[in-house]
Design a protein around this ligand. Sequence first.
Ligand code: GAL
Ligand code: CA
Length: 350
Amino acid sequence: MSSAVKSFCSRWTSLLLVLTLSLVLASCSLRQTEPDTIRIGVTVYDEQDTFIASLIQSLQQDAQQAEVRYGIKINVSVADGKGNQTTQMEQVDRFIKQGCDVLCVNIVDRTAAAVLIDKAKEAEIPLLFFNREPVEEDLRRWDEVVYVGAKAEQSGVLQGRMLVEAWQDDTERWDKNGDGVLQYVLLEGEPGHQDALLRTEYAAKSMTAEGLSAQKLAGDTANWNRGQAASKMRLWLDQYGDAIEAVISNNDDMALGAIDAFLEKEMEVPLVVGVDATKQALDAIEQGTLYGTVHNDADGIAKALLDLCLTYSGILEDSQAPHLEKGHYLWFSYQEVTAKNIDEWRQSLN
Ligand code: GAL
Ligand code: CA
């Protein structure tokens, strides 16, 4: 080959090399600008519920952070079941049709879980229940079904202990009629909800187990709702007045509703305890109207849901996946918060 031909060939080879290289680079950068998208379909029993709203807000924030961390797009669609199981079923059908990768369901009616699990199984879409717990038999219908939540009885036990502690610290203050017995009313959450049933049962059991004699004057549901609790409390105040020495509430919103009723009537607020540790409840503890609450870990539950979504979508490796008890459960602990530990507790969150 003449030297002119040789140099022509080698120039061609380098040109080809450069071309191939730039093509490879272009396709890589293309992939970077078009990240994988994970689609998460979430439906809640009621978007207006304070605790659920904060859990969803936390989930959305976690998803945004994960987009940056893993260089992916995470599409979280949230539907509101508005307390209607039929509506929620339709929302799940829609998520399945849209090709969601994972379903997160805060089920309206816990007894409807089996139908939902069968739908998810047929579509092969992992299903994560949270906060409203289906029975174990239902969860066992398919491997890719998980329940994320907190153990209800623990919150009841902690409430009972808080009451005993308050009573022992200052019996004179709380025992208004001086009979050595704690007269209380009980505000229950939705009928049939595991948290309402078990908190009610274990708060009373743990008070008596710790040697406090207590007498229930009245108890009724106010469906987790502040307004409904205030109305109920107004009726009880008309009926029992000063005889009410404590209000045990299955959640904070209802505890705050009860306090609203006492304040409206310009009556001294008795010993009131709630569950959740919502922002408003923590403020009320600082103001001295709410004696205490039990922290229900909305942020922890949200983070676990997202980690499970990332695991099922193959973004997190199995070794990084949250550990599931009995193959189906992820549990969170409750923690008590009163004026005694609120500062320390707030700091531990940061
Ligand atoms: C409970 C919570 C309530 C309410 C309910 C909804 O765990 O304490 O405030 O949010 O869940 O299912
Ligand atoms: Ca008394």
